[in-house]
Design a protein around this ligand. Structure first.
Ligand SMILES: NC(=O)c1ccc[n+]([C@@H]2O[C@H](COP(=O)([O-])OP(=O)(O)OC[C@H]3O[C@@H](n4cnc5c(N)ncnc54)[C@H](OP(=O)(O)O)[C@@H]3O)[C@@H](O)[C@H]2O)c1
Length: 232
């Protein structure tokens, strides 16, 4: 039996990924920073609800204890939780306007989140015979793609996803037995972009689901979409 944990899975691409992994026979820990939103989503899918705020060391440590004590083990970690600067906080800003504080906030979830969650759950992942870590990156993090220029002038989110890409490479180098990949889900209709995306969540979850189902079978340290490799 394969067990997966998906962070930020109470809605959007993470929720759809959870639905598909459950359909494929995985036991899924549905991560949510909000207990009630997580409980409702997990109940709908038949997942196990797990409270986890990826920006908070204590929350991640508590989540690890919950999974370890449940005895399910862990084979696949999908670092899906992610944020864009919110419009109510002034909206995403271009390089000359964004403050260090704004970047720090986005990094805390989008970069340090996957790092702390991966490190925390390593003791369980190391015991799996087909372990994988799937990091939700973005085409906006592609250096080759210019961070989405000229259509996406703001800086915080693309810089965080570029950093997540390098973190993926470094984790892959450090963890030879575990396959670590960065995925670009494509521009998907979710709350993240106020439903401006052009893809459905079914399409947006395709790359995460494929990588999660592959376990450690395949190349590590890659950046891929549903269509294939993405230029770094
Ligand atoms: N949608 C796209 O077009 C697109 C494109 C490229 C990459 N991505 C990436 O795909 C991933 C999923 O995004 P989405 O589009 O599905 O967005 P979404 O619908 O806004 O979902 C984001 C999820 O992350 C959770 N989250 C945010 N901060 C968190 C934290 N500190 N701890 C735990 N959970 C947290 C949210 O929880 P709450 O409900 O509590 O806010 C929510 O469950 C993100 O990493 C995003 O950057 C999305």
């Amino acid at each position: 039996m394969t067990t997966s944990l998906i962070t930020g899975a109470n809605k959007g691409i993470g929720f759809e990924t959870a639905r598909r992994l459950i359909a494929a026979g995985h036991t899924v820990w549905l991560g949510s920073r909000d207990p009630e939103r997580g409980r409702v989503a997990a109940e709908e899918l038949g997942a196990r609800a797990l409270v986890i705020d990826v920006s908070d060391d204590a929350s991640v440590a508590a989540a690890f204890r919950t999974v370890a004590e449940a005895g399910t083990g862990l084979d696949v970690l999908v670092n899906n939780a992610g944020i864009e600067p919110r419009a109510e906080d002034g909206g995403p800003l271009a390089a000359l306007d964004a403050s260090a504080d704004r970047l720090r906030t986005v990094f805390e979830t989008n970069v340090l989140g996957p790092l702390r969650v991966t490190q925390a759950f390593l003791p369980l992942l190391r015991r799996s015979d087909s372990a994988a870590v799937v990091n939700l990156s973005s085409g906006l993090g592609s250096l080759a793609g210019g961070g989405g220029a000229p259509y996406y002038p703001s800086v915080e989110y693309p810089v965080s996803k570029t950093a997540l890409n390098m973190l993926t490479v470094k984790l892959a180098q450090a963890l030879p037995g575990i396959r670590v990949t960065a995925v670009d889900p494509g521009f998907t209709k979710t709350d993240l972009n106020h439903h401006a995306g052009t893809q459905t969540v079914e399409e947006g979850a395709a790359a995460s689901v494929r990588e999660a189902l592959a376990g450690n079978g395949g190349e590590s340290g890659t950046f891929v979409s549903a269509e294939g490799p993405v230029a770094w």
